[in-house]
Structure formats: structure tokens, C-alpha cells
Design a protein around this ligand. Structure first.
Ligand SMILES: [Zn+2]
Length: 119
């Protein structure tokens, strides 16, 4: 049935930085990449982590092309960083593409379906 569909928690809205320091739930922490290793600073998993993959399609709901451009830019930077760290053999291009861009279209579709919008 829905075994292949990711089922992240619905955070409702992206995190904001205007509330000052306070206790935050894990899904409200800024899941920014730690460079040059490109692991999430919060989850310590490969960036973009599950939280980022959930939040970015919401942030870019009306501008999916901008999301692709944004992630393509970060993909380029990540490949450069990871190649510097480990030049031989370096990051696998196919895997890096899947990691940064391969998930975007399916997740945008899921986000749209949950929002009840048209395909
Ligand atoms: Zn994270």
C-alpha cells in the first residue's frame, strides 16, 4: 500500500529564527550541513537529512524550480568539498545526484498531495 511512501511527521511550518534561544524540539532545530563533511549538524546523518527533505518542499511549495536550483548549487559545493577530503575515488556522482536531487520530485508530489492541491 504505502510502504514505499515516506511518512515523516508533519511539522506544519518551517523553523524560524526570530524566537531567540530556547528549548526546541528536535524537528525545530536548524538542520544545516556541517561542512566539509556534509552531515546534518543536528541528526549527524547525510545532508539533506529526513527533516530537511520534509521542510524544503514546504518552503519551496510555490517554486519547485528554485528548490532544484538551490539543491543543485549545494550538490556542486558538496562534490567539491568531498572530493577535497577524499579525492580517490571521490564521491560517486550517481549517488550524490540521488542524495541531493533524486528525492525532490517524489517529495514535492507527496507534499502537494497532502496539501490537497492539483498534481
Ligand atoms: Zn537533520
Amino acid at each position: 500500500m504505502t510502504a514505499t511512501a515516506p511518512d515523516p511527521e508533519s511539522p506544519g511550518q518551517p523553523p524560524t529564527n526570530d524566537t531567540g534561544p530556547q528549548e526546541l524540539e528536535p524537528n525545530q532545530l536548524p538542520h544545516t550541513p556541517r561542512r566539509p563533511i556534509w552531515l546534518c549538524g543536528t541528526c549527524a546523518t547525510e545532508w539533506p537529512c529526513l527533516t530537511v527533505r520534509t521542510l524544503l518542499p514546504l518552503d519551496y511549495y510555490d517554486s519547485p524550480t528554485a528548490l532544484h536550483v538551490y539543491l543543485a548549487t549545494l550538490l556542486q559545493e558538496a562534490v567539491e568539498d568531498l572530493t577535497r577530503l577524499n579525492p580517490d575515488p571521490g564521491p560517486d556522482p550517481q549517488r550524490m545526484h540521488a542524495r541531493f536531487l533524486g528525492w525532490v520530485k517524489p517529495w514535492l508530489d507527496i507534499t502537494r498531495r497532502r496539501a490537497g492541491g492539483p498534481d
